[in-house]
Ligand binder design. Structure first.
Ligand code: SF4
Length: 469
């Protein structure tokens, strides 16, 4: 049954429900959580269903094909919910946040008048003001790149909110990008690279660890370009930040994503040998295996540069596993270029990868290029690439059978008596184990592989060191 809140009381603190739907990458998941944290002191409690929400926010992504169209279609559904609520005497606000909001701005309100507020990815610390303005004026839009740092204005997550989100957490350390790959909108939607000060990141990690988080992933659009101010007043690179974060008690596992091959410095590679908490898994997008296409993509590295980074990583940490991103059908890609990509997948032997058909993004150089490929060619190549990626992933998973890994247990499994955890390589493992293991790391022997899931059994008593609160 729908919860009906009297419209007169809907403005009072403690009476509103917030539904945030996140699209796209981990950066958006993190941003959505921070929006909820920021609105919690204003009396908004999170709900998992749009139907009973008083404020609905779509936190959008502009990376994938037809992203804006998908948002408009979702907004059609939200408009109907808003109309139903109005018929029940309940006022619902609809907001659009994230990269589509940043790119489209006022156009969203013009095309979807049911939307009350539009907030860019650098402005969500001003959400409560925007809500007041939207309620007063009918709508509010804020997509400027502000001079103030949003992180300084965001409310920290409450302990209960952290605990409800599980034992793993993302922490944004860097945003934006200066690389300008010719297919990518990030430099336009997220702006120039900015890095958060190291002490603020450490304080956030300490708060997470204190509430029971055991695995932290430092995230940024170009995370290994991190260059934040350290407490000593010097600029800290990512390696130094990782060394400091690894000192936080109770954080058993550390990861970082997404990295650019050019920014894999010797110091950062060395951190993989020095820090036991730094997991032996790295997402290192390459996009194409062809030097010609890498050049037109403005990736600023060659295939050989990329393989050299991997070779140095493997010498430092021989148990390292790599994942990547690929774009097929970039303008001018020949069958020969594509074959070079297929060969690269086999040469690296990825444990997994994301692959997409190229789709032109307005405002990027790639969209203006001649030699755009037919969709049928892109689809056919994507299918072949995904087959090679799947084969590599299956081979990697098969090699895990019979081996024993430390597994961090995250949540109950699909069936009673099962608990799901992740190996150091981020593979989900289903294990017959008590739910009391959630939040702990235990040794698990992998017994079976089925599609992308592993099955295992407890090898011995769980490690108890560093248990969360
Ligand atoms: S490095 Fe990554 S975020 Fe930056 S422009 Fe290239 S693809 Fe986009």
């Amino acid at each position: 049954m729908r919860t009906v809140v009297d419209s007169k009381t809907a403005g009072m603190k403690g009476t509103r429900k917030l539904f945030v739907k996140s699209f796209g990458c981990q950066m958006n998941v993190y941003d959505s959580q921070r929006m909820a944290d920021t609105l919690a002191p204003e009396g908004y409690a999170e709900t998992t269903t749009a139907e009973d929400a008083d404020l609905i926010i779509l936190n959008t992504c502009h990376i994938r094909e037809k992203a804006a169209e998908k948002v408009y279609s979702e907004l059609g559904r939200m408009r109907r919910l808003k109309e139903d609520a109005a018929a029940d005497g309940r006022r619902v606000l609809i907001g659009v946040a994230g990269c589509v909001a940043q790119a489209e701005g006022n156009e969203i309100i013009r095309r979807a008048p049911a939307v009350d507020l539009v907030v860019g990815s650098q402005n969500y610390h001003r959400l409560s003001d925007l809500i007041v303005r939207a309620e007063r004026d009918g709508h509010a839009v804020d997509t400027e790149f502000p001079v103030d740092d949003k992180f300084d204005h965001l409310a920290p997550p409450a302990r209960a909110a952290i605990r409800s989100r599980g034992v793993t957490a993302f922490v944004t350390v860097q945003e934006g990008c200066d690389k300008f790959c010719t297919f990518c909108v990030v430099p336009f939607t997220r702006g120039a690279e900015i890095s958060r000060p190291a002490d603020k990141i450490v304080a956030e990690v300490e708060r997470l660890a204190d509430a029971g988080v055991r695995e932290v992933t430092l995230i940024g659009q170009n995370v290994n370009a991190y260059h934040g101010e350290g407490p000593d007043g010097c600029v800290w690179p990512l390696a130094k930040l990782l060394r400091r974060v690894a000192e936080v008690p109770a954080v058993e596992r550390l990861r970082y994503t997404t990295s650019h091959p050019l920014d894999m410095t010797d110091d950062l590679i060395a951190a993989h040998r020095e820090l036991p908490a730094l997991m032996p898994q790295l997402h290192l997008p390459v996009q194409s295996g062809s030097d010609r296409i890498l050049a037109t993509m403005n990736r600023r590295h060659t295939r050989a540069d990329y393989l050299d980074v991997i070779s140095r990583l493997m010498k430092t940490r021989p148990d390292m596993a790599l994942t990547s991103d690929f774009i097929v059908g970039f303008p001018g890609e020949t069958e020969e270029d594509f074959a070079a990509t297929l060969r690269l997948v086999d040469e690296v032997g990825y444990s997994g990868a994301f692959s997409f058909k190229y789709s032109p993004r307005p405002g990027t150089r790639g969209a203006e290029m001649a030699d755009q490929l037919d969709d049928a060619i892109k689809s056919e190549r994507l299918q072949r690439l995904q087959q090679v990626i799947d084969d590599n992933q299956a081979a990697f998973n098969r090699r895990c059978v019979g081996r024993t890994f430390d597994v961090l247990f995250e949540r109950p499994g699909r069936h009673p008596g099962q608990v799901v955890g992740r190996t150091p390589y981020l593979q989900p493992v289903q294990v017959e184990a008590p739910v009391s293991l959630i939040g702990q790391i235990a040794s698990v022997t992998i017994t079976e592989v089925a599609s992308n899931s592993l099955f295992g059994s407890l090898a011995r008593e769980p490690a108890l060191a560093g248990a969360g609160a």
